[in-house]
Write a protein that binds this ligand. Structure first.
Ligand SMILES: [Zn+2]
Length: 131
């Protein structure tokens, strides 16, 4: 019974192929910054650099595996709106009410509000509120 099941050795260094070592680069063509939460620190920045995006991605996987084992987590996303900004622009939080159909919808074209419903005769409701 032969045991041909050779496992690849993780400590085996790659055979030299005659290629020169990777050149030192002052500015990496590919870089990626992870923001993680670790041991209560929410703003731990971890920057990976490589001279190839593909290489960077494989590094990223390895790093993420390691980080997850360490118990690190992705840093909580911040809200796009800064805290305390509130509704400084005075935009109404609730839609205006069409007198026939109820709440209106925000109009992306005009910035106001419109009623998407139809009237009894099949024509679109003409109720609008300017933004
Ligand atoms: Zn209406």
């Amino acid at each position: 019974m032969q045991n041909q099941n050779q496992t690849t050795r993780p400590n085996g260094h790659p055979a030299p192929t005659g290629q020169p070592p990777a050149p030192a680069f002052s500015e990496a063509p590919a870089s990626l910054t992870l923001k993680i939460s670790y041991r209560g620190y929410n703003d731990v920045l971890f920057t990976l650099r490589s001279n190839s995006g593909v290489d960077l991605l494989s590094k990223l996987d390895a790093v993420l595996d390691r980080l997850e084992k360490m118990g690190a987590e992705p840093a909580p996303a911040r809200d796009a709106t800064p805290a305390g900004a509130g509704q400084a622009n005075g935009a109404p939080a609730e839609p205006p009410i069409c007198r026939y159909h109820g709440p209106m919808k925000p109009s992306k074209k005009h910035g106001g509000w419109y009623c998407p419903k139809k009237m009894g005769d099949g024509s679109y409701c003409q109720e609008k509120v300017d933004g």
